[in-house]
Design a protein around this ligand. Sequence first.
Ligand SMILES: NC(=O)c1ccc[n+]([C@@H]2O[C@H](COP(=O)([O-])OP(=O)(O)OC[C@H]3O[C@@H](n4cnc5c(N)ncnc54)[C@H](OP(=O)(O)O)[C@@H]3O)[C@@H](O)[C@H]2O)c1
Length: 255
Amino acid sequence: MNNSKQKVLITGGGSGIGLALAQKFLQHGNTVIITGRNLSKLEKVKAETPDLHIYQSDVTKEEDVKKLIDQVQEEFGGIDVLVNNAGIMNLVDAGNERNDLQKQFQEIEINYHAPIRMLHHFLPQLKKSKHAVLINVSSGLAYVPFAQAPVYSGTKSALHFWTLGIRPQLKPHNIKVVELFPPVVDTPIFDGIAMEENKNINPISPETLADLFWKDFIKDKEEITPGMSFQLKLMSRLAPKFIFKQLNKLPVPQK
Ligand SMILES: NC(=O)c1ccc[n+]([C@@H]2O[C@H](COP(=O)([O-])OP(=O)(O)OC[C@H]3O[C@@H](n4cnc5c(N)ncnc54)[C@H](OP(=O)(O)O)[C@@H]3O)[C@@H](O)[C@H]2O)c1
């Protein structure tokens, strides 16, 4: 795998983990393209880091993704690395009939359907690359569900299984498939979420996560499980009921 001079596209790269990964790829001499829905957020990032290339593009919108493919093809001649990072997390009480169903379906659209859409449309560009890599950002919660976010946990588990399934399929096409399982990272994904209810969780910074990711990425690791994610993986096999109870002392969101 080549770790520099690659053209890297990161969905949802305007904040949090995506932005920290974007900075990391930039530091190592890659061309980095980031996307997101909120243009002013991307423009602010661009003002701070002019080397980043920004495109307003919603991963759930077919027309946006098709336009992005054309733009990236025209400006850069295609991509080598696709990072499926865009994601949202909602706290949901499945016992509440007043839940917003569309909001739950949107979470599935962004977190699970969109990576499938992105790969589908970027496949021709990846196939043309000599060092193609697909990086899916799932979660430690792919191993042990967080009951307060049941739809989110389901999407990450689905993303994990999809990743396992496509890895051997893409290998003959020389597309390497990497999965990053972040632990709890201090990012805007928790904005508006009452995390004080989950005091036992100690988030790491997005920059620390990007450092840990890079160390394993350059060693050609296929599964990158920093910090608590490794423990969740291990415990989900050794003592699944115990670790589920530990993680879910408060299964229903309080607010
Ligand atoms: N933070 C954690 O503890 C943690 C742990 C495990 C896994 N993860 C995963 O890491 C990934 C990044 O999350 P984060 O924590 O860095 O949160 P974040 O800062 O909120 O980043 C998510 C990004 O996705 C973008 N996005 C959301 N919906 C989109 C859409 N429809 N189209 C395009 N972009 C979209 C957002 O930008 P716009 O709103 O401008 O579109 C935002 O920049 C997610 O997949 C998340 O599930 C996070």
